[in-house]
Design a binder for this molecule. Sequence first.
Ligand code: SAH
Length: 272
Amino acid sequence: MSAKYMRLFKMSSLLIVFLFLTTLFAEPNQGPADANKSKAAEEKKISRPEHKHPAFAERKKEREEMVAEQIEARDIKDTNVLKAMRIVPRHAFIPENVQKQAYGDYPLPIGFDQTISQPYIVAFMTESLGLEPNSKVLEIGTGSGYQAAVCAEIAAEVYTIEIVEGLAKRAEEKLKELGYPNVFVKAGDGYFGWPEKAPFDAIIGTAAAERIPPPLIEQLKPGGRMILPYETNLGFQHLVLVTKDGKGNISKRKVMPVMFVPMTGEVTKSEK
Ligand code: SAH
């Protein structure tokens, strides 16, 4: 081999070694970029409310006023909750005959002898759950689906159970139509919770009972919070905030007097 070819051979081997080294060193640098990409893809998989339905653009002024006069005025401060209450079109969850009152400071009938809670109570209960974007929530008493939608604006996933089949079906359809892919509705008795999806960061009960269903306490994550109306044997009701610490210890705190429809099903049958 001539000296010229020898030099060319050496240079090309050097080039190969150089290319090999650059790919070696390039690998770890590409790592984080790839990780970011797959993280973004994963985040995409978590479905968020869509807000494309025309109802979101309707009656905005009334929602603004509702938040200012009924909710902020009563000291609800969680900005996620205030934002959610401004976004969710409450009027889309209630029947024709009460449309005018949609943003009033009171509960309203939703058929099947049930009611949608007063906006302030919805905001108060949601705030006391301390929801975060990655929270998984369980609701007992879907009713119209409104409270579930408010939670779904903040949390990652909302699982909601309704004992009246007609209501469960109607709420499921409504939530689908409005674009809430992160709410999952089940017809059944909420007493038993939703064990397949447990544990939950937060549990909200919207029907009053004389005791807290033990499966719900079990399905609460350590560090989790649960709020629900409790009825005393004299028929008075108050909201109870139940917290579970890291060791699984439960503490309960009475938070405010309320009036909710009764929880039916298993809770009325078994021992008190
Ligand atoms: N959160 C609702 C209001 C619910 S009113 C909303 O935003 O519209 C309470 C609901 O709890 C009623 O629809 C009632 O049928 C339901 N309910 C009562 N007992 C129940 C039980 N054991 N399991 C599930 N739902 C129950």
